[in-house]
Design a protein around this ligand. Structure first.
Ligand code: PLP
Length: 397
């Protein structure tokens, strides 16, 4: 039998990069333009203002040609000096990776340990901060949405823990898989550095990342001694774009202009409601499958379910990669894999960005077919649970 050749659109259910709307694809397909051309500068200034509205900040932002890792690195090298202590709130693979990067720069990392399925305990965070009476901890690093586990961390509660302890540490927040999908309020939550990237909630190609930076963080920057050049905020401030030491990725800004237009046309609050609705449909489906020793929700703390990605835990003895292989090879559906110690144990359904009910139902129906093909125990009919929920939500308006 000839192998199948994929036809039709690939269903892309990865938690990043995400689906790029046609109008953004068209906008990105822009001819080269001098990045100092007044026509481009207008687009540039408008998009930077738009990003501030999305971050909900009045503060400055710095942008980088690079993925989220570049923005992580920019936050670290611009704020700290060798030996400085940071407190990383453990959420999963991405909190661990950010901490590892900080170690590579000679920073001292303390970790608030947490069960990846239940999330960090804020009382323990308050206690750790209160114990640090010498204020050795220079910053708390928090990942708002842990993409590896499908769990959200409340940034408002993180801020409250710092305030309760009267601790002056900076608050650094990774919003890479939450910005434009889950509510984020940089200024209201007292965030000093917000790290974000283009390829998730903003629905753009990968390659643009940025940081919102508070005045308190800018003051810390002035005394930081870690080596930096390309990502140096002070160097950037001297340039017209107040970012980008080299060539500006102009085409991404045309895409960004369209992305901001789409998000604001729908309204950010409505965008969050849509994400919550689609996420709940996914969870209802997975809960149904979990009967008969089927795959279940990895996140075991309903207060912290992520509305942008769901990690699905395989039953003991079954390999998540087998499901992903059938999904991609047979049905042309791209699912996210398990990261770090979750490799083979979970697959992830991304439900963020440019997504609607038929796309989510198509993915869920196909995953259910994959479970059958791969011989994974489950209770069939999870998709019906998702249909019931989505139909009811549509009827309620
Ligand atoms: N932080 C989170 C929460 C992420 O989900 C990712 C990527 O998926 C990163 C950081 C790393 O970003 P990038 O892959 O854009 O470098």
């Amino acid at each position: 039998v000839k192998p199948r050749i994929a036809r039709g659109r690939q269903f892309f259910a990865n938690p990043g990069p995400t689906n790029i709307p046609d109008s953004i694809l068209k906008a990105v397909a822009h001819v080269s333009i001098d990045f100092n051309d007044p026509a481009f500068l207008t687009v540039y200034d408008e998009t930077v203002a738009g990003l501030k509205r999305i971050l909900k900040t009045q503060h400055d932002i710095f942008l980088y040609t690079g993925s989220g890792h570049a923005a992580w690195e920019a936050a670290l090298v611009n704020l700290f000096s060798p030996g400085d202590s940071l407190l990383v709130i453990e959420t999963g693979h991405f909190s661990e990776s950010w901490g590892k990067m900080a170690k590579d720069f000679g920073l001292d990392i303390r970790t608030l340990s947490a069960d990846w399925r239940r999330g960090a305990d804020f009382a323990a965070l308050r206690a750790m901060l209160a114990e640090d009476t010498a204020h050795a901890i220079k910053a708390v690093c928090a990942v708002q949405n842990e993409t590896a586990t499908g769990m959200e961390l409340s940034i408002a509660e993180t801020r409250a823990a710092l305030d309760a302890a009267g601790h002056p540490a900076l608050l650094l927040v990774d919003t890479i898989s939450s910005l434009g999908s889950l509510d984020f309020q940089m200024d209201a939550w007292g965030v000093d550095v917000a790290v974000a990237g283009s390829q998730k909630g903003l629905m753009l190609p990968t390659g643009l990342s940025f940081t919102g930076v508070s005045p308190k963080a800018m003051a810390a920057h002035k005394t930081s001694t870690l080596p930096k050049s390309y990502l140096h905020w002070t160097n950037m401030l001297g340039r017209r774009h107040k970012s980008f030491i080299g060539t500006v990725p102009t085409s991404l800004f045309y895409g960004l202009q369209e992305s901001i237009r789409l998000l604001e046309e729908e309204g950010l609050d409505q965008v969050f409601v849509r994400h919550a609705r689609l996420a709940e449909a996914v969870r209802r489906c997975v809960r149904h499958w979990s009967g008969n020793n089927g795959p279940s929700l990895f996140c075991a703390n309903p207060d912290r379910y992520s509305n942008s990605v769901t990690a699905v835990l395989m039953p003991e003895g079954y390999d998540a990669e087998a499901v992903r292989k059938v999904a991609l090879g047979t049905f042309n559906v791209s699912l996210g894999g398990g990261l770090n110690k979750l490799g083979g144990k979970v697959f992830r359904i991304g439900h963020l960005g440019d997504l609607n009910e038929p796309m989510i139902l198509g993915t869920l129906a196909t995953v259910e077919a994959c479970l059958r093909v791969a011989g994974i125990p489950h209770t069939p009919g999870g998709v019906q649970a998702a249909i019931d929920y989505l139909a009811e939500a549509a009827r309620a308006g």
